[in-house]
Design a protein around this ligand. Structure first.
Ligand code: SF4
Ligand code: SF4
Length: 230
């Protein structure tokens, strides 16, 4: 019977980035038990992706700054934390399973861990990955503009239909182009190729306007919200 702290750790990791969902077999717990000791798990659970100095972390883990610094450095060395050194200051933060824990193990992955990760991918993670990737791409690809055709200038030449990679433009019976806003990603390719300058990009209204995430942390939290884990 595994220590319940590994379930807590799994739930914490599931909040980050592409998640770390549980499986029926419990293979995700076996992966965590292989990577983390119980003390590692306790320390990880005290951290967040916001980078902090060992001094700051030591205030809430009831250890001296020196001991905390040693533990964090060792965990970062084993690929369990992210570390960033600027000048004389080094700060540490928790990392997701992907991109993070998994990639940091690549160079030292043994057969047992590789088989565990393969099983986990097959059982659960590829679905989480696929869902998160589509959300991630949606965040990257979104635009606050869409194309708009001026019917009076459109000759129905169909250049824009060929140019649009999203199949977002169609011709009406009156033979002028119309943009399907649900498909348009505002890339502007049609605008630059229209021979009569009949297409312009317009800004979306306030209800559909999206503010891009300011930091990777904010992006990670947004993805977790979309996955319904926070
Ligand atoms: S390229 Fe311009 S003129 Fe040709 S169909 Fe599209 S909007 Fe109309
Ligand atoms: S802006 Fe891009 S996606 Fe939108 S209609 Fe033009 S080519 Fe298609």
């Amino acid at each position: 019977m595994s220590n319940p702290i590994f379930r807590t750790l799994q739930e914490k990791l599931d909040q980050y980035s592409m998640g770390f969902p549980k499986t029926e077999s419990g293979i995700e717990i076996k992966i965590l038990e292989k990577l983390f000791s119980i003390d590692d798990a306790k320390m990880f659970l005290q951290l967040s992706p916001m980078l902090e100095t060992p001094d700051k972390v030591s205030l809430r883990v009831e250890k001296s700054p020196e001991e905390t610094s040693g533990i964090l450095a060792d965990m970062a060395h084993r690929g369990l934390l992210f570390s960033l050194k600027k000048g004389d200051t080094i700060r540490y933060g928790a990392i997701p399973f992907v991109h993070g824990l998994f990639e940091f193990q690549i160079n030292k992955m043994d057969r047992e861990l590789a088989a565990m990760v393969r099983q986990y991918m097959d059982e659960e993670f590829k679905d989480a990955l696929s869902f998160s990737l589509s959300n991630f791409l949606a965040q990257l690809v979104f635009s606050n503009h869409y194309a708009q055709v001026d019917e009076a200038l459109c000759t129905g030449c169909e250049t824009c239909l060929e140019r649009c990679q999203m199949d977002a433009i169609f011709l009406t019976e009156e033979v002028h182009a119309v943009v399907n806003r649900d498909r348009c990603i505002g890339c502007g390719l049609c605008v630059t190729t229209c021979p009569t300058e009949a297409i312009l990009l317009e800004q979306k209204d306030e209800q559909t306007y999206q503010v891009p995430p300011k930091t990777s942390f904010e992006q990670m939290m947004t993805m977790a919200q979309k996955r319904g884990v926070i």
